[in-house]
Design a protein. Structure first.
Length: 134
């Protein structure tokens, strides 16, 4: 059960660990589905694209980066075999090195959220980075 309708887990590329950092993130929420969020200026609001309901507990995500272009994909088959784009490709205003990682938030200070990540793969040093989450 979700701690909040906006509790989420996913994949992230960001400029730094500072609050307000430039970032691109694909997440799945139990109540609000998929979201490809991004902030292209430090301390700006996060903007994003919704991508339909997420099939919990098996939401598969992919985030790729080639140069400054970031793309988000979600699995449409529930098994992580067939992916479709979520939103439009984004030119991320970040410079190397960037940070890649997994993210989880309860979206409330009153409760904790637990997410299980498996089959995380494809983290590559250099211009491209990809990850999958289930």
């Amino acid at each position: 059960m979700a701690t909040d309708p906006w509790a989420k887990a996913g994949l992230m590329v960001r400029q730094s660990t500072e609050a307000g950092s430039v970032h691109a993130t694909i997440v799945a929420t139990a109540s609000n589905g998929y979201l490809f969020g991004h902030r292209n200026r430090t301390n700006a609001l996060t903007d994003g694209s919704k991508g339909g309901p997420a099939p919990f507990p098996s939401a598969w995500l992919r985030l790729t980066r080639e140069g400054r272009t970031v793309r988000a994909h979600r699995a449409v088959d529930g098994a992580g075999k067939r992916f479709e784009p979520l939103g439009q490709p984004l030119i991320l205003n970040a410079t190397d090195p960037v940070l890649l990682g997994l993210c989880v938030t309860a979206h409330t200070n009153e409760k904790l959220t637990l997410a299980e990540f498996c089959e995380v793969s494809g983290l590559v040093r250099g211009d491209a980075a990809a990850g999958s989450r289930r």
